[in-house]
Structure formats: C-alpha cells, structure tokens
Design a protein. Structure first.
Length: 559
C-alpha cells in the first residue's frame, strides 16, 4: 500500500498533464468518468475546464490523434499499436491512429554524447574513425548517426534517447491504473478490453526500448532468410551493441519511398515488389517471425535489384499452432470457403457466447461478394478488412498476436501496388499456402503427428488415477477450493463496507450525544465558564464526528 501511495504521488504531475491535454481536446467527460479530476482535486491540483479547445471541424478520432501526439512518445506508440486493432475499432479510428506522426526533432549531439560514451565504453571519436554530429533520423525512442569504423566500414549508430525509459515507465503505470478503472466502471470502454491492450502495448514498447533485442531479431530473420539471395539484412556490430545503443551496417541505396529516383536509375520495380512480398510471406507462413512494419521507408533498393530490410524495432511472432490456423484461414479465404473461415474464428473465441448461425451467414454473404473473381482480381486488404469488420460487429476478437500480422499484410499489399500496379498479394501467397497445406498432409508428417497425439493421450490416461486420487484426497481434507474472480462484486463489497463504517460512526455519535446528555444532567458541578466540562467535550466530539460523516457521505455521492 505504501509503495502504491508513493508511486501515485510521484506520478501526479504527469497525471495532471494528461488530464489537461485531454480536456483541451474535448475529452473532459472521459477525465471525469475515470475519476481523474477527483484524484487531482484532492491532491490540490487545479484543472482548467474552461481551457477546453473542442475544435468543431475535427471528428473525435482526429481530436484523439492530436491529443495523443501532444502527450508524447508513449501515447504515440500506443496509437501505433491501436492502429493494428481493426477487430476493435471502426475504420475512421484506425485511420486516425495510422496518421499519428513519430517524427520529432533530434537532440543536439552535445547533449547526448555523454550517453553515447557511456554505452560504448569510450569516447565515440576514439571508437570510430569519424562520426557525423547531425542525426540522419530521429524518432521518439531513438536517433541515428552515421559513422565510419577504423576498418573503413560505414555504419549507423542508433542511440536511445536519454531518460525515455523513466518517462515510459511512468506512463505505463498510469495507463495500467486508468485501464483498470475503465474496465470496471465504463461499459462503453469495457468492450475494447483496455487491460489486454495495455498489456500487449507494454510488452511491445519495452521490447522496442531495448535496442539489443532489435538486433537479435534482425539476426534471427537474417538466418531464416539465408536462402533468399535477393534480401539483405544489415550486419550487427555486437562489440558496440547494448540495450541503449546499437551499431549496424550502413546500407547505401535508394529508399523505396523515392519512386522518382528508382525510375531514374531504371530499377525493376516489379521484381522489387515480388522479392519483398516473397520474403515477408516466408517470414510469416514458414518461419513465424516477421518484420511487422514492411513499409517503403524500411526498404532500401540496391543496384543489383536486391532489397535491404532495416529497422526491426517492430517484429511479430507466431507459434506453430497459430501459423497453422493462419494458413487454414488464408486457404479458406482464397478458396471462398465460409465453413473453413467460421471454424478458425470459433477457435479464436472459445469462451465467447456466439450466434453461429448469424456469424456463418455474415461470412457467407461477405465471401459471396467475391464470387466469380479470379485470384488476380482479389484485393487481400479488402478481404481482411471485411473479415475483421464481421468479427467486430459480432463482438468477437482476434488474438492479439495476429494484429501485427494483419498490419504487415495490409502494408505489404500497399507497398506492392505502389511499386507495381499489377501486383497481387493473393497470387503471390497462394503457392506458399498450398505448399504448407500439402506438406501438412504428407504421410511422414501425419504419422509423426499421430504418434505424438497418441503418446500424449496415453500419458493423460495414465495420469488419470493419480489425479482422481489427489482430487478425492483434497475433498476428504476439505482442501478443495474454488477461486472466482468477480471484480464488480469486490467493488460492491467495498461500497457495503464503507456504508457499514458510516452507519457505525453514526451510531457512535448518537450514543455519544445521549451519554453526554446523561453525564451533563447527573454531574452539573464540574463547569468552565458556567458550562459543564464533560458536556462541552462530548458535544464537540460528536459535532466533529458529524462533520466527518457528512463530508464522507458527500464524497461518496460523487464516486
């Protein structure tokens, strides 16, 4: 309790800043319903409600986007995570989250050189033959410099911004608490699973803050794509890489965003689109570890038609089981099989009450709109967004680990279309999916899986007598327990407890008044200024108790 109290006091300044910005952008009602205003007022912090800047020409998603950008790095990253949750948010909200900008001015070299020296273990100008003092890129978490090693290698030095971890930790603590309050008290927000979102976001952001983790993912993906001669992953210089700084090979080429330069140098953009798509599809379907943000800015085109993938800060991972489910879903979508799609969606929502008849009808109707279209005419983005819309309208969910996958697929199709108007990701993906399906039903694979499942079944049967004996022993000893988590009931219990406390104080005050009256009547001789001493003490105590009780009731009426 003491730790939580100290933490809350430490975060009050940031909470006040968050509330002020939300009010300014027209979200004062949310501030009130979360109880933030009450907390700040009790702490002596004044909120300027008249400072509201509700810009009428902006929609609520646009206003939230501006508020989150003003709130800084943590909330900008949160917006990027929310932009992947098409199963929870309508398209206008997704569009607003995607539009959030993470471009921030770079800190001056003089203000970060000491942090760079601490990470490298020596003066950067001694470690490198030369290092540029102007950052070539800057974002909310890190900024990047060019350098040359003493061996003549061109490298980039990526440095985490000073004090960013402390600020992120503070914001995550506040987000966790606000998510708990929202989940328990605001029905409109509860359906968005705020606790799950904050948990997923916290994991993603802490991983991105560790620049060494980024390099480990890059090396793993490089090893997985070793058979892809057209894909380049920058080399990592591990002797200078740590949690706060990494050094990687500098790739000299043309950014995918520079379409005019690609045309000027006569790059084969059709091949580039194909090579990039094949690499991402192999990462997803074959390996289960993939670059989750394969936009053109993260692709550098080389003169020999190779592609370098950079910036592995956002990486998605899929388990073997999840990859099988994704393969089944993609296969069912491509073959326009509503029953196959339904079975996968049901797998993802095992604990949810589902109207299967309605869900099947929705899926069947959505797939029927693509009836008669060839693979080359299918737009994968439309397929996925329509499916996610059905999942959202039926109040179902997609597993959180699939949100990055959907984002990667949609980004990839957009990239392919920009490079090659005839690009079709469905046509590119179909051979991979078919290959995986065929491999799954090869005799040796089926036999291996059958053997594993049989062995698991035998093991479970063998354990049944022991588990039944343990259960009976627990029942006999009275040790069988049922743990039920009912957050709303806990809240009700607190309310009952508080009401009982007030009732008890009221009874004590009444008893004090009656007792004081009796004492005053029976012992009138003990006086001060002509008034009975015990009467004065008793009535003052009762009055103070009554004032406390009134204040408690007034505060409780505002909760």
């Amino acid at each position: 309790m003491l730790k939580e109290t100290l933490s809350a006091a430490r975060d009050l300044g940031r909470l006040h800043e968050i509330a002020t910005i939300l009010i300014r952008w027209g979200f004062g009602d949310v501030v009130n319903r979360l109880g933030v205003a009450r907390i700040l007022e009790r702490a002596g912090k004044v909120l300027h409600w008249k400072d509201m800047q509700t810009i009428r020409e902006l929609t609520p998603p646009q206003r939230l986007r501006h508020a989150m950008e003003e709130l800084g790095p943590t909330f900008i990253k949160l917006g990027q995570v929310l932009s992947t949750r098409m199963d929870l948010f309508a398209p206008e909200w997704i569009e607003a989250f995607e539009a959030m900008q993470d471009d921030v001015p770079a800190l001056p070299y003089d203000s970060v050189v000491s942090h760079m020296q601490q990470a490298l273990g020596d003066d950067p100008e001694k470690i490198f033959r030369s290092i540029e003092k102007e950052a070539i890129a800057a974002a909310s978490i890190a900024q990047v410099y060019r350098a040359v090693t003493h061996d003549g290698d061109n490298v980039i030095v990526k440095l985490r911004r000073p004090n960013i971890v402390e600020r992120v930790d503070k914001d995550l603590r506040l987000l966790q608490r606000l998510a708990e309050i929202a989940a328990n008290n605001i029905d409109e927000i509860k359906r968005f699973q705020p606790l799950d979102i904050v948990h997923q976001f916290g994991q993603s952001l802490r991983r991105e803050l560790n620049l060494e983790t980024e390099c480990r993912f890059a090396e793993r993906i490089s090893a997985n794509l070793s058979d892809e001669k057209h894909i380049v992953i920058p080399r990592v210089y591990w002797q200078w890489t740590s949690e706060t700084l990494n050094v990687q090979e500098y790739i000299d080429g043309v950014r995918g965003t520079n379409q005019g330069r690609l045309d000027e140098l006569a790059y084969n953009k059709k091949l580039i689109a194909k090579y990039g798509a094949d690499a991402v599809l192999k990462m997803v379907i074959r390996d289960g570890l993939f670059h989750a943000d394969p936009h053109l800015g993260n692709m550098i085109c080389l003169p020999d038609q190779r592609i370098a993938l950079i910036d592995f800060g956002m990486v998605g991972r899929l388990s073997d089981q999840r990859r099988e489910e994704v393969t089944d879903l993609l296969f069912a979508l491509v073959k326009k099989d509503p029953q196959g799609v339904l079975e996968v969606v049901l797998l993802w929502n095992p604990d949810t009450s589902i109207n299967e008849t309605r869900l099947f009808a929705d899926i069947d109707d959505f797939l029927d709109t693509y009836h008669g279209l060839d693979l080359k005419e299918l737009r994968f983005t439309d397929l996925l967004t329509d499916l996610v819309r059905i999942i959202r309208t039926n109040e179902l969910r997609m597993p959180p680990d699939l949100t990055l996958l959907i984002k990667a697929f949609i980004t990839l199709e957009g990239v392919g279309k920009r490079l090659d108007p005839d690009f079709n990701i469905v046509s590119e993906a179909t051979p991979f999916i078919t290959q995986i399906i065929h491999r799954r039903y090869r005799p040796d694979v089926v036999a291996k899986k059958g053997f594993e499942q049989t062995a698991q079944f035998i093991e479970n049967v063998a354990d049944l007598p022991k588990e039944a004996k343990d259960l009976l022993r627990s029942i006999k000893r009275g040790g069988l327990q049922l743990n039920i988590d009912m957050t709303r009931l806990d809240h009700f219990g607190h309310q009952v407890d508080r009401a009982a406390s007030r009732l008890t104080i009221g009874i004590v005050i009444a008893a004090l008044i009656i007792g004081t009256s009796i004492v005053t009547a029976t012992q009138p001789e003990t006086t001060v200024l002509g008034l009975p001493v015990w009467g004065i003490i008793g009535f003052i105590t009762a009055a103070l108790g009554g004032v406390w009780l009134l204040i408690s009731i007034w505060r409780g009426s505002r909760d």
